[in-house]
Write a protein that binds this ligand. Sequence first.
Ligand SMILES: O=C(O)CCC(=O)C(=O)O
Length: 256
Amino acid sequence: MNEFYEENGYLLVRGVFDAGEVEEMRDAIARILESVEGTAADRNHRWSGVDETLQLKGFHDLQYHDAVFTRMVAHPGLVAVLTDLIGPNVQLHHSKMLVKPPEQGAPFPMHQDQPYFPHERHSLVAASVHLDDTDEENGCLHVIPGSHRLGPLEATGDAHTVDYPLESGVPCPAGVGDVLFFNYLTIHGSGTNRSTRTRRNVLFQYRDPADVPVPNGDGVEDHVDWGMGLMVAGSNPGFWDWRPRFRIRQAELIAG
Ligand SMILES: O=C(O)CCC(=O)C(=O)O
């Protein structure tokens, strides 16, 4: 495994996606935003507790919105890093887009991702794909190096935040096409977008398929998204043991 990642719990890899691929993803995001405009689906996805005047477009399940993302979640350059960080078998857990609009882009308070989708072996790695140049002014990610080694921490509130200020993290400015990889135990967050520039990211979350999700107190797995389980590298030795069985009620679909 990459030594820097092992030690620090994150890794910035430059130029994973080329300009054309970034443009395809930007266009796909624009199509998603256009498709929800004026509908009930067009909600503000800022985190609970964050200033209500701030905005975040945070839609999940990108590969069900647009085929561009089906290709990008399995992008060879991305998968090459993932197999180094996770192992030969890599499975998609979920995908989402994050758009922080200019001057009012909502921040993410510092947190670990682990409480949202706990797993037994903590193999989960986020790949945050930068579709705009990102710095402190437009709300780049901050991480606390080595915090993945603290294990799961006591978290508070619906947003599962931890008691660390954003300033305690190292800012990770990144360019278009760069990917910031980080473990789901690594404490991270991002600032408000106060610049005149939009900050667009997509985030793909992956795991080792042999890493078993930990159910909540009612024996239910809380965080289940469409596309969960898609193999992007290797094979799935546990396919017959663990497989989601969806029951979709049309009425729920219509109600959103
Ligand atoms: O990209 C960001 O601004 C933060 C995203 C994040 O912390 C998350 O999705 O857990």
